[in-house]
Design a protein around this ligand. Structure first.
Ligand SMILES: C[S@@+](CC[C@H](N)C(=O)[O-])C[C@H]1O[C@@H](n2cnc3c(N)ncnc32)[C@H](O)[C@@H]1O
Ligand SMILES: [Zn+2]
Length: 446
């Protein structure tokens, strides 16, 4: 039985408790959309991740003409409202198992009503609220063969129970937005948790936060494969608060698991070099460095996603939409800080999509420590790597790091050569080497 609030919204019977508790109101705003937070779990810092989700949703709607969304762990419904109002979703289903949020969700989603006020439009349901277990919502959709364009699963910890059902309830070509907040798994400190939740054995590696993204994507790759489907990241995003690992995946129909992008990362503790290894290469693991080989010096993590973290074309599409909407240019209604952060993040994502970049990153400090050299500015080092013919980029995960296919030993060599050039430049610029004419004038610049 479904209760209609208006011609364009609905709540399931289960979502209507007899006496709703009063909602403690707390008004928030994200990019011009206001909503109440009430007793829901809400993090202001996650608004950037919501921006990314809304931008992809808008690009999807532009490309396909459709946008039907299920937000199975809605909280206060901020995402649902933003999918509705900003990405112009045709339909949004907001679900949360918590019985204190139903009234709040209805209040927030009812903002969507003013959008579609035409008589013809009123025949259609534009939003729905339920209070079910997320797992059940998704399985029911798949059983009814009711497939959606975007499924948003904003779960806590290393709960991956909904990953498979979300893939099973999305259209071919549709999107699944996943979250993990288990930094311990990513850091190799809860190995059996990582194995049971993500199907990956994780050893501690210096780029743990990128591992966090890759094990989440890897989990989805496996779940998709069991359903004769495949997934590919549209974007991946690590946030230090939490920490939170998020990925937006495009789901396609495909029979075989392509294992080029699903494999292992090997890390050599002796030289600091990492390499991506496919299943076929497992028997031949070795590091080509000159350092003495010791037992336990090579560690392996996987299987996980070892392909690109983002789809460059899609991120460029998101950037275009963000620019059209004034989200990444200065305007009086928005905080310039928010704009700058989003713009930089999208730029780095495009850089990180460069073909040929392996998994992981090298921290500038590690180059300095291992080579006992003074490290240059990250930007200068990236320029130098590119001049030498290597692929190199910033990392959105770690500011003081580079992503490159240049081996660690060679990185140290290059930094050393840059140190020599900088040192000889500063000798030439020193007062002893200054123009003799300036000395006669008695001007010595220190
Ligand atoms: C991280 S919060 C959601 C935050 C929200 N998406 C946002 O962006 O602000 C997770 C929500 O999932 C709900 N939840 C947890 N387990 C659930 C389950 N099995 N089924 C449905 N909802 C669940 C919680 O009540 C909580 O509101
Ligand atoms: Zn090595």
């Amino acid at each position: 039985m479904v209760f209609r609030i208006t011609g364009i919204g609905a709540m399931s019977a289960m979502a209507l408790p007899l006496a709703l508790p009063p909602v403690r109101m707390l008004l928030q705003e994200e990019r011009g959309v206001s909503f109440q937070v009430g007793p829901a779990f809400y993090r202001r810092q996650s608004s950037l991740a919501r921006d990314l989700g809304i931008l992809v949703a808008a690009v999807h709607r532009q490309q396909t003409g459709n946008l039907r969304v299920v937000d199975v762990m809605s909280g206060c419904g901020v995402r649902a409202v933003r999918y509705l109002l900003q990405a112009r979703a045709d339909f949004v289903w907001a679900n949360d198992a918590c019985n204190q949020l139903t009234e709040l969700l209805a209040l927030n989603l009812s903002q969507g009503q003013s959008l579609n006020s035409g008589a013809e439009e009123e025949k259609f349901e534009h939003w729905r609220i339920t209070r079910e277990d997320a797992h059940k919502v998704l399985l029911d959709c798949a059983l009814r063969k009711e497939y959606y364009d975007l499924i948003d699963v904003d779960s806590f910890g290393s709960d991956t129970l909904c990953v498979g059902p979300a893939i099973g309830a999305v259209k071919y070509g549709g999107l699944v937005y996943l979250t993990s907040t288990d930094g311990f798994c990513a850091g190799g400190r809860r190995r059996h948790n990582a194995l049971s939740s993500y199907g990956a054995f994780v050893n501690p590696m210096p780029f743990a936060n990128e591992i966090g993204l890759r094990m989440l994507i890897g989990c989805a790759v496996r779940e998709a494969a069991t359903r004769n489907m495949s997934v590919i990241p549209v974007f991946s995003n690590y946030s230090y608060h939490g920490p939170v690992f998020r990925t937006m995946l495009r789901v396609e129909s495909r029979r075989k698991l392509v294992n080029k992008d699903y494999g292992f990362i090997v890390y050599c503790k002796q030289c600091g070099q990492s390499q991506d290894i496919q299943f076929e290469g497992l028997g031949d693991i070795a590091c080509c460095c000159k350092h003495p080989k010791e037992k336990g010096s090579l560690v392996v993590t996987g299987p996980l996603w070892i392909g690109p973290l983002h789809d460059r074309k899609q991120v460029e599409g998101m950037t275009e939409v963000a620019r059209d909407w004034g989200w990444i240019t200065r305007s009086t209604s928005e905080s310039p800080v928010d704009m700058h952060i989003l713009e930089e993040l999208l730029e780095v994502m495009v850089n990180e999509s460069e073909p040929g970049l392996p998994s992981g990153y090298i921290k500038m400090d590690e180059i300095g420590k291992r080579g006992k050299v003074r490290v240059p500015r990250r930007k200068d080092f990236i320029d130098r790597l590119q001049q030498e013919g290597y692929v190199a980029s910033r990392s959105h995960v770690e500011r003081r790091a580079v992503k490159t296919n240049c081996p660690m030993d060679k990185c140290i060599e290059l930094v050393r050569s840059m140190e020599i050039i900088t040192a000889s430049r500063s000798i030439l610029d020193s007062p002893q080497h200054a123009d003799p004419g300036s000395r006669t004038n008695g001007v010595m610049v220190g």
